[in-house]
Write a protein that binds this ligand. Sequence first.
Ligand SMILES: *Cc1c(COP(=O)(O)O)cnc(C)c1O
Length: 345
Amino acid sequence: MASGTLTVDLEALVQNWRALGALAGTEAGAVVKADAYGLGVGPVSRALAKAGARSFFVATAEEAATLRRELGDGPTIYIFSGHMAGDTDMIGDLSLVPLLNSIDQLQRHLEALPGAPFGVQLDTGMNRLGMEPAEWAALRDLALAQGPSLIMSHLSSADEPQSAMNALQLRVFKDMTDGIDVPRSLAATGGTLLGPDYHFDLVRPGVGLYGGAPYKEALPVAYLELPVVQVRDVEAGESVGYNMGYVARQPRRVATLSAGYADGLIRALSGKAKLYYGQRECALLGRVSMDLITVDITHLPEVPASLTLLGRQQGVDTLATAAGTIGYEILTSLGARYTRRYSGG
Ligand SMILES: *Cc1c(COP(=O)(O)O)cnc(C)c1O
């Protein structure tokens, strides 16, 4: 078998969710947008629902419709992008809850689906999604009269605890919502770690569930094992891979592994990533190809059947750092060709 194996530890996922909820002392929702950060929205969401998660968040109505099929009736499914033109049937038929971002979305929702649930997203300074303070001041009486189920906003810099932006956004959020009798949510993973001022009634962790920074205590959730397809010995002076990306200075034993940029091993990993055989580190040599990478195994005592790219030896953030990116991008890039295994849950 030449496909890599991506193992998702659902037990660790559930433990991370419980730990973040315990830290917050409030309800913990689960952000499962982008196919649960690349790990599979069906198994991930079902495991979390079974563990007691009641509020799920996705980016689009299409994602929400997929999630409803996975979860059945019961859990609340929120949509960050709100109520877009064309979403009305899905939102109505599947009881999805759009987080309305603007006066246009509020009007669309109230006209198309009167009485249907909704939440409100406020912009407290990130300038990405949500109603701005002046817009909210004008709409709030109308919106509150319809009984929104959640009012939320999003922090731009929660992964930098020392950033003044956190306290600033907190103040704006409180100014916009204090005294309103509707559940409130401000914190994603980073905000959950900022302390009780940021927790309100519900936290919305995403990346921390999947074992990523800034939640340092997270248990690893994703394990990626790549099979060795071929091994060869190269002489000093020979090159390996496209454009002679690596040139051997001494004789080397090179393993060719089945996975490449089409599987989410972004090209920025070329010449930088490390793989593991047990605790032994093996350097990726030369360029990442579409389907293959080449790895130095000169120092190994035997020819391995496979090497580990993600595991206890190396998590998504370490790998991301090698490529100059963040764990979120490594996770959400994980490709469709891996054999996926789900353990625990
Ligand atoms: C993606 C997202 C989250 C989850 O963020 P993490 O940093 O992955 O925990 C929460 N809220 C909103 C609005 C988001 O877009």
